[in-house]
Design a protein around this ligand. Sequence first.
Ligand code: ZN
Length: 274
Amino acid sequence: MTEIEKTNPENWKVGTSFLPGSLMQLEEIKNAGLDSIEFVLSSNELNLTYLGLKKRFDPYIERVGELGLEVWSVHLPFGSEWDISTIDIHKRNEILESHYEWLTWVSEWGIKRVIIHPSYEPIPENERLERIKACQYSLNLLAEKAKLLDIHICVEDLPRTCLGNTTQEMMELLKAHNNLKVCCDTNHLLSESPVDFIKQLGKSIATVHISDYDGIDEKHWLPGKGIIKWNEVINALAQSEYEGPFMFEVREDENDPKQLSECWNGLLVEYKET
Ligand SMILES: [Zn+2]
């Protein structure tokens, strides 16, 4: 028996992570009945300056608007060269300068949320505390900047040795600034269930990355293929007053928009039956 929810999942919008490849993909997303996208800025992009983003991605954002879709969030680049927990303060400040350029571009399009990874990996155990401090320093500056631009920085929980790999550590990172929010990735926590995570961090969750896994490592499978109890996840989100969207972040070979739409409808039917 699920507990009474505070928001109604039937009203949630549905979205998918979108890695710009062709404008046609956006039409497929629209035609499948999805509402929103998370726009992914890949670290493989050749020009990640403000002007580089404008030139390469503005046409996509324009198309999103023409189609009546919404850019709900932007996933910022990650990787060793963009690691905000870098110990070297000069390198870290340089990395932050790039983040400020990305935030400027995001704000010019009126997009309200960005997703950030608290670190890259691996994090050696004997460096962990120092890396957490470095990450908090970055998150504080980023949140301050973002606040002026009416953007929320959403910190994503991560797997393995990355920073943010437990509820406890996520709470520690969030202390850096009171404007920070959480992106709940349902397939990243390897020592806790996503349901427990949502119950504890509920009020801070501003967006989600939805996919399934085996509990051993991230898989980004379509929901239903792994061990996640989706009724409980949906109920926990609804009890936390999460208002959507149900944002899929499924591996490339399983993220056909039609399949995502069917998946959500299936989950909703099962949810309503409980
Ligand atoms: Zn994710």
